[in-house]
Ligand binder design. Structure first.
Ligand SMILES: Nc1ncnc2c1ncn2[C@@H]1O[C@H](COP(=O)(O)OP(=O)(O)OP(=O)(O)O)[C@@H](O)[C@H]1O
Length: 290
């Protein structure tokens, strides 16, 4: 599959506290990708880095083509907007330097796409939360967008509105868009998301859906130096590691079972001594939130 961009060896810290530690992952073209993780795990931080709003301390996010157009919708959006959708989107487009003749057809296209034609002359302040969310997404899409980034788009929406927004995201994908969103609403994962990036212990683990087909293994092994595992960080999640009296380290990892052959081969090349391999079933880790 084509990558839209690759995140390579990203590390980010705030005030000396690491949020993300040497994470690498690709973002595939024309996919819906969900970033999940506990509160404070770094979802918004990662989204902002992908959007180019903040920079990693180390590593880089490398786009597959120049001038990738990115639309970003933050978690908290202004809601007391006295303009109508037409007026608001027009002003936003003009601020971005768009010409009137390209802006007006684009606004009409977006109003159709988001089923807001009937309310195009109603003031946004009178809209429901879901309709306001749509306006924020439309604003991010005023330019032709390759990648849409949505921070918690379903937060605070009722079930019906969530379903509606889900359908909208699905139709955006059908039109060739790549979408990355952070979410707590696990229901969404089943319906529209192709890939999950889970932030856990400062690392990012990638899982392609359907989730029900993913199984995990736990592996315990000894290795002389845990830094040998750095190039496997995209495959494994370290549960814990302990230094033994021998000076070796006992490491306990979790990984997707489909990678077993590859992983064992790589560990043996690193002269690891395998102690225990067992299947685990902890799908719920992907829906673990407060
Ligand atoms: N500008 C900043 N300065 C200092 N610390 C920050 C800054 N931005 C985020 N943090 C801290 O970094 C950590 C990750 O924050 P982030 O907002 O990325 O997490 P999150 O997973 O999106 O959380 P939530 O699910 O609660 O929205 C948190 O501990 C947060 O307090």
């Amino acid at each position: 599959m084509n990558s839209l961009f690759n995140a390579q060896n990203i590390t980010k810290q705030y005030r000396g506290i690491k949020i993300l530690d040497n994470v690498s992952f690709p973002i595939d073209h024309n996919q819906i990708i969900a970033i999940v993780g506990k509160n404070g795990s770094g979802k918004s931080t990662l989204l902002k880095m992908i959007a180019g709003l903040i920079t990693p301390d180390h590593g880089s996010i490398i786009p597959s083509k120049q001038n990738l157009k990115i639309g970003y919708v933050p978690e908290v959006s202004p809601s007391h907007i006295l303009f109508t959708p037409q007026e608001y989107l027009y002003q936003m487009g003009r601020i971005r330097g768009m010409a009137k003749q390209e802006l007006l057809p684009r606004i009409n296209y977006l109003l159709e796409l988001f089923s807001l034609v009937d309310v195009q002359n109603t003031r946004i302040i009178n809209f429901s939360k879901g309709m306001k969310q749509k306006i924020m997404i439309m604003q991010a899409m005023l330019d032709e967008t390759d990648l849409l980034i949505l921070d918690e788009p379903l937060s605070g929406l009722d079930l019906t509105t969530q379903n509606e927004l889900e359908q909208t995201l699905h139709s955006l994908k059908q039109q060739g868009m790549t979408i990355i969103l952070s979410c707590h609403e696990t229901k969404l994962l089943d319906h529209v998301v192709d890939t999950i990036l889970m932030i856990h212990n400062k690392k990012v683990m990638r899982t392609d859906l359907p989730l029900k087909d993913v199984t995990y293994n736990q592996l315990i092994f000894d290795i002389s130096n845990p830094t040998y595992l750095e190039d496997l960080s995209h495959l494994i999640e370290i549960n814990h590691q302990t230094q033994l009296a021998t000076g070796f380290y006992e490491v306990n990892i979790r990984y997707q079972a489909q990678h077993t052959d590859d992983l064992l081969q790589q560990l043996l090349l690193k002269k690891a001594s395998i102690k225990q391999l067992m299947p685990i079933n902890d799908k719920e880790i992907f829906i673990a939130n407060d």
